[in-house]
Design a protein around this ligand. Structure first.
Ligand SMILES: O=C(O)CCC(=O)C(=O)O
Length: 250
């Protein structure tokens, strides 16, 4: 449907679904077997090791771990996003979401409330590294919630992030569970309400969020991103020159 010539071209129905609901998928970037080797590299090189951001070891590992760079620039992800945003795409950051057994709830929130980007334009791809089910606290979303910017307030201490959307602004009974096999991902807007419960199972739950924007968006180095942070020009051209890019790490 779009003018992007791609194996992963979206249909008009898929584009309409994203516009209407604020999310799309799941899709498979690879099989669970193919994810096995990548998971081993992530366990060896990301978990329990320092990354480029001294305060957030789970962030921006596309800068130092080749397997993370490859996931962030994966054609099955980037070319589908190109069907929504066009061919010039910037992966401005990446973030692992590790939920060990017992890890706390992440309350309902819209990502744009937290982010140093302007204008506020982003599609996230959330890819499952482990199998992700209701049991081990899969992401939940509320379809259509991206059509409003919601007020956020302080979250209770026991939760994993400090701010959450005002509970009277949405209907949590409409939540959709995004269960994923390893290697599956879905796309969602910077305004889509999402959350995940406490991990009450004995199974780890690891996923990677890949944040994709456009060259016209300024990425500020506030407390979220460390000095020296670099993005990936994942597809097309940057005719703006606002942001800094790095290639695949050695
Ligand atoms: O993985 C989770 O439970 C939360 C993920 C999230 O909030 C995000 O990707 O923006």
């Amino acid at each position: 449907m779009s003018h992007v010539n791609s194996t992963y071209q979206l249909t008009r129905d898929e584009v309409d679904f994203y516009i209407e609901n604020g999310y799309l998928g799941p899709y498979a970037a690879m099989t669970p077997d193919e994810m096995t080797g990548i998971r081993a590299e992530i366990e060896a090189k990301v978990l329990n090791s320092d990354g480029p951001n001294p305060r957030r070891p789970m962030q921006s590992r596309h800068m130092d771990v080749p397997a993370v760079f490859n996931l962030a620039a994966h054609p099955a992800i980037i070319e589908r996003i190109a069907g929504l945003f066009g061919p010039d795409l910037v992966v401005w950051t990446t973030n692992f979401w590790l939920k060990e057994p017992g890890s706390p709830e992440i309350p309902w929130h819209q990502d744009i409330n937290f982010w140093p980007i302007e204008p506020p334009v982003n599609i996230s791809a959330w890819i499952a590294i482990d199998e992700v089910t209701v049991e081990n606290a899969c992401l939940q979303i509320i379809a259509g919630s991206h059509r409003q910017f919601l007020q956020h307030m302080r979250a209770p201490e026991e939760m994993a992030i400090q701010e959450m959307a005002s509970p009277d602004a949405y209907d949590a009974s409409a939540a959709v569970n995004m269960e994923l096999k390893p290697g599956e991902f879905f796309l969602f807007s910077e305004r889509l309400l999402h959350a995940s419960s406490k991990n009450n199972s004995d199974k780890r739950r690891l996923g990677l969020a890949i944040r994709v924007t456009l060259p016209l968006v300024h990425i500020f180095q506030d407390s979220h991103l460390h000095p020296g942070h670099t993005a990936i020009l994942a597809s097309g051209k940057d005719l703006m020159g606002f942001n800094r890019y790095a290639g695949r790490p050695a």
